[in-house]
Ligand binder design. Structure first.
Ligand code: ADP
Ligand code: ZN
Length: 610
């Protein structure tokens, strides 16, 4: 049904569309190449970090190619906002899903067949229905875009059975280009996507994973709540952000507590009713300065561009999850923060989850290794970004935009300390937790210790050169280095790993990071100001006034503010203060349609406050 297509002479090409419709100057990274490839009718696999600009890779080909682009997206609740964002640009887009009134569905179906729309967003369930497939047979289809394609794979963390069935597309519509997009990196997931969608002959476009605008900080946990509070107060008092917690209970507690502290915080977890979740999500998207406190149930498909921070009260299960979650910050490219607090209990908890899962042993071993890599990131004495990117197979230089780059931790020769720690674990029988072993090292005998005779062993009272908290830091690092491990089945007893045994035998040297003091941990906060982002001062009152004008428009139309303009667009206005239509047109994100609708309103605000 689809023929190779050629753009008719004189009709706009990708770059014209980018500039006139979207108001952007130039393509980013591999966008141009991917777009040309898909316009030529070829299949593609696109792996790009969150915020990398995946949407344009299927939107522009949908506009250039004849027919309608069918976008498969897992989240019905978010489709309407995606469609709304396109409509604001003057693009004819619609959604088709079971949440819509039947007559509206029929109208969209009619427009699809008549070729009156450019793009339609559908859930996979819909796409697989016979009725819908017959409908497509009668329509001209520009392409299929499979967004969040990792949902196809059982290896991915968001497996959806309907997504797996999308493998039918290749057989049923062999001549329509398929473009699969994801930000999830791991190899088995990638392999599944390529196999299921038969993309072997298509192009594979894998971008670097770096998110240079995100600043990473990982602090040693002393009081998670106070640390998170200080972080938000010092850096993000007026911003939207996400705080991730491990349990529903701690989500509820933390949200309530942040509200007491004067923030607008909302809870989100699977234990809340669907209604409450939808309402809280909607608020997060529609209003400003909301903090979403959530379990990992929250976040997929949220393309709110101005999430300024993501904070973790506990470590997630691996680096992939950490990167995915922190990646929800700063999609607009403006500076954003990822802040995590971490302690030894966290790793014990994650080990427990792995052990208690129903996964086969082989899988559990992999999960443990992935957790080890995350602990390595937490204890890294060099650039965090380097550790992350190297984990994904990318080479990187020290970034200058993470806590360890900005204030490099001091290291010391920890060989003797490690030897003492390991032999004390050994001599106490490899079944006691960290506190007990430290007490032995520090010679703090109590009744229990005397009963076991541990006040008589050779490692009793040999650790006086370090304080209790310094020893805690040492033990945490020895666990992260996998010389010691916590036996989760045995009440958190420490034992020596094979690597630890080798270390003792071969007397290898080991470098450890000095313990940060509490004060330093608090100070290790950062924000590259938006001002130096543009190399110019931003007029804050003007920015606030522009935000207000945007909120009025958003409320009138019942859409999220960022659908009208991104923060980035408003910030540029507040820096460059354009006063003519042609100057305003130069601002990033100002397309022709938005100029027509809103140009005058924002020019007036700039004249009044600028
Ligand atoms: P992804 O789906 O990969 O997470 P999006 O497609 O949502 O990313 O794009 C992230 C942000 O970057 C969006 O706000 C988008 O409008 C913007 N963007 C994408 N491509 C460009 C570009 N070439 N120039 C400027 N901004 C862009
Ligand atoms: Zn760095």
């Amino acid at each position: 049904m689809t023929l190779p297509q050629q753009r008719p002479q004189g009709s706009p090409g990708p770059l014209d569309i980018l500039r006139k419709t979207y108001g952007y100057d130039s393509f980013r990274g591999p966008q141009a190449e991917i777009i040309d490839h898909v316009i030529a009718g070829k299949n593609a696999f696109v792996l790009m970090p969150t915020g990398g600009g995946k949407s344009l890779c299927y939107q522009i080909p949908s506009l250039v190619r004849d027919g309608v682009g069918i976008i498969i997206s897992p989240l019905i609740a978010l489709m309407q906002d995606q469609v709304e964002a396109l409509k604001q640009l003057g693009i004819r887009a619609a959604a088709l899903n079971s949440a819509m009134p039947p007559d509206q569905q029929r109208q969209t179906e009619r427009m699809l067949v008549e070729g009156e729309i450019d793009m339609v967003y559908v859930a996979p369930e819909r796409l697989l229905m016979d009725d819908f497939q017959r409908l497509i047979d009668n329509a001209q289809i520009a392409l299929f875009a499979i967004d969040e394609a990792h949902c196809m794979s059982q290896w991915g963390h968001d497996f959806r059975p309907h997504y797996a069935q999308l493998s039918q597309l290749a057989e049923r519509f062999p001549n329509i280009p398929r473009i699969a997009l994801t930000a999830t990196a791991d190899a088995p997931t990638r392999r599944d996507i390529v196999n299921f969608l038969q993309l072997q002959d298509g192009g594979s476009f894998v971008s670097g994973f770096d998110r240079p605008n995100i600043h990473y900080t990982i602090a040693v946990k002393d009081s998670a709540k106070q640390q998170i509070l200080a972080f938000i107060k010092n850096n993000h008092a007026k911003d939207s952000g996400i705080v991730y917690c491990l349990s529903r209970q701690s989500v509820d507690d933390t949200a309530a507590w942040l509200c007491e502290e004067g923030f607008k915080a909302l809870p989100y977890h699977a234990g809340l009713s669907a209604d409450v979740r939808a309402k809280n999500q909607q608020k997060f998207l529609r209003e400003e300065k909301i903090i979403m406190v959530a379990t990992i149930a929250f976040g997929m498909g949220i393309d709110k561009p101005d999430v300024r921070f993501v904070a973790h009260m506990n470590i997630p299960k691996n680096i992939e999850a950490y990167y995915q979650e922190t990646g929800r910050a700063g999609r607009d490219g403006l500076p954003a923060n990822a802040f995590m607090v971490y302690g030894l209990n966290d790793s014990a908890m994650q080990r427990n989850f792995i052990e208690q899962s129903n996964a086969p042993d082989q899988q559990k071993r992999i999960e443990h290794q992935k957790l080890n890599a995350l602990l390595g990131l937490c204890e890294a004495a060099h650039c965090r970004r380097q550790v992350i990117l190297e984990y994904f197979g990318d080479k990187a230089k020290p970034c200058g935009n993470c806590d360890t780059c900005m204030s490099p931790p001091e290291t010391f020769d920890g060989t003797v300390a490690a030897q003492k720690a390991l032999s004390c674990v050994y001599r106490t029988g490899q079944r006691f937790g960290v506190s007990y072993v430290i007490d032995v090292l520090l010679g703090k005998a109590d009744e229990r210790m005397k009963k076991f005779g541990h006040d008589q062993i050779t490692t009793f009272n040999i650790g006086g050169e370090y304080s209790k908290s310094e020893w805690q830091g040492i033990f945490r690092q020895l666990v992260a280095l996998n010389l010691l491990a916590v036996d989760v089945a045995e009440h958190g007893g420490l034992f020596i790993t094979p690597a630890g045994q080798a270390f003792l035998k071969e007397k290898m040297p080991v470098k450890l990071r000095k313990q940060e003091t509490r004060k330093e941990a608090r100070k290790a906060l950062m924000k590259k100001e938006a001002e130096d982002f543009y190399g110019q001062e931003m007029n804050q009152p003007l920015f606030d006034a522009l935000r207000e004008a945007r909120m009025v428009l958003a409320k009138e139309q019942n859409v999220p503010p960022y659908v009208i303009f991104h923060d980035k667009t408003l910030r540029e206005m507040a820096v460059f203060k354009p006063t003519s239509r042609s100057a305003l047109m130069e601002i990033s994100g100002m397309g022709e349609r938005k100029m027509d609708r809103y140009g005058q309103i924002f020019l007036d605000v700039i004249r009044k406050h600028g």
